[in-house]
Design a protein around this ligand. Structure first.
Ligand code: GLN
Length: 460
């Protein structure tokens, strides 16, 4: 049963919301100890909420667009009465005192929040190995990293512990774990979804989005969470976007006719051969679906990681100054892990007055160059496709140097630096290890990606 069929069967009382919750609780009880995808749960509250929804349906009352669907929320997004630790010891006792805008919207649409997903500490990572609550296993490739930083979110969805997870993406944190765990993840245009209530990693790059097992799950969530928020000044007025409409368009005959889809040589050059082979097959499928395939170039690929990490260090350093142990939590420097400490130290160093011209200003200049290059890459084409991650997930326990870890992000940080929408969809596997395909588009062309994803999924 796909997610839409489930939603309809809950609304028509063939299945109850309570059954949906209880099924997931069973899986969580069976598997979570091993996978470690959830770090806080409230089963009783979820069942009570499900009963409320079932009663409304039985009484013929109107229910919301997500009625009875079960959600996980990443540990850096505020949910009232759950521990919102960002997977750090710093905030281990911090209980969410309000609902983030996205959470409010999900609750209003009758989505059920069952728990909080594990992640890399403060979302600073690509492997989910840095959580204070322990590593996350990859349900699709056991013994390997699930990717990060939203590894708990993608693993929870891949292991059938919830319908949808809501998480954040600063440099790939939705798309990278979606790729490694064989699920669908989407980062909207910067400003598409309100960040109010998100503990920021790097605020000029952070964006909230969904992970689900199919494109419909992602689209359903987006229809609820995308839109203007008067309390968050960077949000755009994309309220009339119809993501489910785009899914339906993707199921028509030759759905991609008239679309120009580009591949990019520089993306291929940094990627492992066995991953490129899978992407090539997918591109052939896009052509069968009616798209015209063209080639584009992106000349600043080498500039992306240094630019991204410099900006990330500086903005993260500034974001962490509130964790001084006075207002909430412990003083971050005294309890955090190595990667978070590295970023704070580097950020503090770079932020010094005398260095600002040397590093941060240059990073901002490089960002402008990258943005312009992205703009010209996308000019005249509808979409750019390629791999989401250039290499396969390593085995848990393997030690990587920081630069090796950062190398996972080379293809995902581009969308954050440019503020464009990007998503990842399963495209195949290498010896059972999932490989994701990434699609990027112009700002506010989110629906085109969803339409192409729907067409691709439907053609499988
Ligand atoms: N891996 C990247 C980093 O460590 C991206 C993280 C993210 O998107 N939150 O910064």
């Amino acid at each position: 049963m796909n997610i839409l069929e489930k939603l309809n069967s809950i609304k028509s009382q063939e299945m109850t919301a309570k059954e949906n919750v209880e099924n997931y609780i069973k899986v969580i009880e069976e598997k979570n100890e091993e996978i470690n995808a959830f770090i806080d749960l409230n089963k009783e509250q979820a069942i009570a909420k499900a009963e409320e929804i079932d009663a409304k349906i039985a009484n013929g009352e109107e229910v919301g667009a997500l009625a009875g669907l079960v959600f996980g929320i990443k540990a850096n997004i505020n949910v009232e009465d759950f521990i919102i630790s960002a997977a750090s010891k710093t905030l281990e006792d911090y209980i969410g005192s309000y609902d983030a805008t996205v959470v409010k919207k999900i609750k209003e649409a009758d989505g059920i929040i069952i728990g909080i997903n594990n992640m890399d500490e403060f979302a600073a990572g690509s492997s989910c190995e840095t959580s204070y609550y322990g590593k996350v296993d990859n349900p699709a490739a056991p013994g390997r990293i699930p990717g990060g930083s939203s590894g708990g979110s993608a693993a929870a969805v891949a292991a059938d512990m919830c319908d949808i997870s809501i998480c954040s993406d600063t440099g790939g944190s939705i798309r990278n774990p979606a790729s490694h765990c064989g699920v669908v993840g989407f980062k909207p245009t910067y400003g598409g979804v309100s960040r109010q209530g998100l503990l920021d990693l790097s605020m000029s790059l952070d964006q909230i989005g969904p992970v689900a097992r199919d494109v419909e799950g992602v689209a359903l969530a987006l229809d609820t969470i995308v839109g203007y928020d008067p309390t968050e000044c960077t949000t755009l007025k994309l309220d009339d976007f119809d993501f489910m409409g785009a899914v339906a368009e993707g199921k028509e005959d030759k759905p991609l006719a008239g679309m120009k889809i580009a591949t990019c040589a520089e993306f291929r050059d940094v990627t492992d051969d066995n991953i490129n082979a899978i992407i090539d097959e997918a591109v052939a499928k896009f052509e069968e679906l009616g798209a015209e395939i063209v080639e584009v170039n992106f000349k600043y690929i080498d500039l992306c990681l240094p630019t991204y990490y410099l900006i990330n260090y500086v903005e993260f350093f500034s974001a962490t100054r509130k964790y001084d142990g006075r207002k909430y939590g412990s003083r971050i420097e005294t309890v955090c892990g190595d990667e978070v400490l590295r970023r704070i130290k580097m950020g503090s160093y770079i932020s010094q007055q005398e260095f600002s011209g040397k590093y941060y200003k240059r990073a901002l200049q490089a960002r402008t160059l990258i943005r312009n290059e992205v703009k010209s890459m996308l000019e005249g084409v509808d979409l750019v496709v390629g791999p989401t991650v250039p290499k396969l997930p390593h085995k848990l326990g393997e030690e990587l140097e920081p630069m090796e870890m950062y190398a996972y992000d080379v293809l995902t940080v581009i969308a954050n630096l440019a503020g464009i929408p990007a998503g990842s969809i399963p495209a195949g596997d290498v010896d059972g290890i999932p490989v994701g395909l990434q699609i990027q588009a112009k700002p506010e062309d989110d629906l085109k990606i969803i339409k192409a994803f729907s067409a691709f999924e439907n053609a499988k």
